[in-house]
Ligand binder design. Structure first.
Ligand SMILES: [Zn+2]
Length: 503
């Protein structure tokens, strides 16, 4: 177990520094550290059901963490979580991460970085999570005013051997890309590189090991390692890379352990020349051969049973029927399409939103709406992707949608927001933005489900989108959030898609 220094101790260190005492808690020969890490958990309490992936689930993670701690009980083991507790499962939508944090506590997580999805359900929800956590959430580059976020910049820990370990938390500036503006009020995100540059010298002076606990993604981690001297190790997340071995950026090792509790990273370090140095690294798959911790598995089963009941909870009201009938939504403008495309465009502050009609799988009748109905309407776990697309590519995509044979109820028919288009004889007869004409040369910010962004339904134009940001925001969760906050949704037709007579 590690002793945790609070803010006061860090402050104490700073005082010593000013007093001119450069005493460095050098580690001693024989000192060790085993570092365990995971990231991008996304509410995945239960096992994952895809056969080609490790089964995962928090009960398997618990088993392995316990085994590693038991190997040599006198040796220090540290467990780090590199961000994104929330967003991705029905239990997460229902219970907003509370059971996840309770189980992280039982696993003995020592520190977490605040991921971009930690604010998906609002700052209040995150405050509740942080309050319940027996470990700190770190983020040196995100602030909120006037009510501060429950994060701290750094954590300095002393191992039972007496080694000092400094952990600096950094959160991706993509934080504000896909959270509702109401959740972003007062929020400011600083450039992670400048923050790290400012913080590093002080940490480096005192620690035997300086770790950046990063929710920036691998590419930004590499840039960070090159740009800021003094980092020993980056424990990363956000890009969901399952790195079999550390990626080296100069002499900085970057590790990341996939997603959804399917892997646990393990690094063993020894004291060499007064500094903790890695001696081995393994990315441990949480596959079916790993037994589930029975206590944790029982707890997860209990949570899932509660979720089953919670699916019937009424979360809001649809003032009109949200029809996903194929002969409607796959042929022409539909209120369900307008609603979801408008929400996505507002959420991401994009110019245009596109949704393939095939992503709407079930009608939500007029009246009270349950979580189950929303998850039946969007069963595919599609997430929103934001990117840049030229006006010419937007027109080409609309031409593709217009050319589809309406009699076949094509799933690729495009529901839209921020744009109007009309079809005559299976050809695009006009198209414009709601704000004016489309400039073929201009780049517009667009949002769409990941299925379309990957070129699904033949939309090669979308696959060519630049500056893509995979927001991780589920289409279903966006709708759940809107129902919970607006209470009543009353979308209407406004003539944004027209199919001219006889076509
Ligand atoms: Zn993330």
């Amino acid at each position: 177990m590690l002793m945790r220094h609070g803010r006061s101790t860090l402050f104490h260190l700073v005082l010593i520094l000013f007093a001119g005492d450069s005493a460095n808690a050098d580690c001693q020969p024989g000192d060790t550290l085993t570092l365990l890490h995971f990231n991008d958990f996304h509410g995945q309490l239960e096992s994952v059901s895809t056969p080609e992936m490790p089964a995962g689930g928090i009960a398997r993670l618990a088993t392995v963490v316990r085994q590693v701690r038991a190997e040599q009980p006198e040796h220090p083991v540290m467990l780090l979580f590199a961000g994104d507790v929330l967003q991705g499962t029905i239990t997460s939508s229902l219970f907003l991460g509370l059971p996840d944090i309770a189980l992280f506590n039982r696993l003995g997580v020592d520190a977490a970085v605040m991921g971009n999805h930690e604010l998906d359900d609002g700052q209040e929800v995150f405050r509740r999570l942080a309050e319940q956590a027996k470990f700190p959430f770190l983020s040196a580059n995100v602030q909120s005013h006037p009510v501060p976020l429950p994060v701290q910049s750094t954590l300095v820990m002393t191992t039972s051997d007496g080694s000092e370990i400094a952990v600096l938390g950094l959160t991706t500036p993509e934080l504000t890309t896909a959270i509702h503006p109401r959740h972003a009020i007062g929020l400011s995100v600083e450039d992670p590189v400048s923050v790290a540059r400012r913080r590093l010298p002080e940490l480096q002076k005192h620690a035997d090991l300086v770790i950046v606990l990063s929710h920036l993604g691998l590419a930004d981690d590499q840039r960070l390692a090159q740009a800021v001297p003094g980092i020993d190790l980056i424990v990363g997340g956000h890009s969901h890379h399952a790195l079999e071995q550390p990626v080296m950026a100069g002499d900085v090792a970057i590790v990341q352990a996939g997603e959804r509790g399917q892997w646990l990273g393990r690094m063993d370090l020894d004291c060499r020349n007064g500094h903790l140095e890695p001696t081995a690294y393994r990315l441990l798959p949480m596959d079916a051969s790993v037994p589930e911790d029975p206590d944790i598995a029982a707890e997860v089963a209990h949570i899932l049973a509660e979720a089953e009941a919670g699916l019937m909870d009424e979360i809001g009201v649809a003032a009109v029927e949200l029809s996903a009938r194929r002969e409607e939504i796959r042929r022409t403008e539909a209120v369900f399409g307008n609603l979801v495309a408008d929400l996505a465009r507002q959420l991401t502050q994009s110019d245009v939103a596109f949704f393939n009609a095939g992503s709407f799988r079930a009608t939500i009748p007029r009246g009270t709406v349950t979580l189950r109905q929303v998850s039946q309407a969007f069963p595919f776990h599609n997430v929103l992707v934001v990117g840049q697309l030229s006006g010419a590519a937007i027109i080409a995509a609309l031409q593709r949608s217009a050319a589809l044979d309406p009699d076949e109820n094509p799933g690729g028919f495009l529901q839209v927001s921020g744009i109007r288009y009309s079809i005559a004889d299976r050809r695009l007869s006009s198209a414009s933005l709601t704000t004016g004409s489309i400039d073929p040369q201009h780049l517009y910010q667009v949002v769409m489900p990941d299925f379309l962004a990957a070129g699904g339904d033949g939309y090669v134009e979308f696959a060519g989108m630049t500056d893509q940001v995979l927001t991780g925001r589920l289409v279903s969760d966006m709708l759940i959030d809107a129902l919970r906050h607006e209470q009543t949704l009353a979308p209407r037709l406004d003539g944004r898609i027209e199919r001219r007579h006889g076509s």
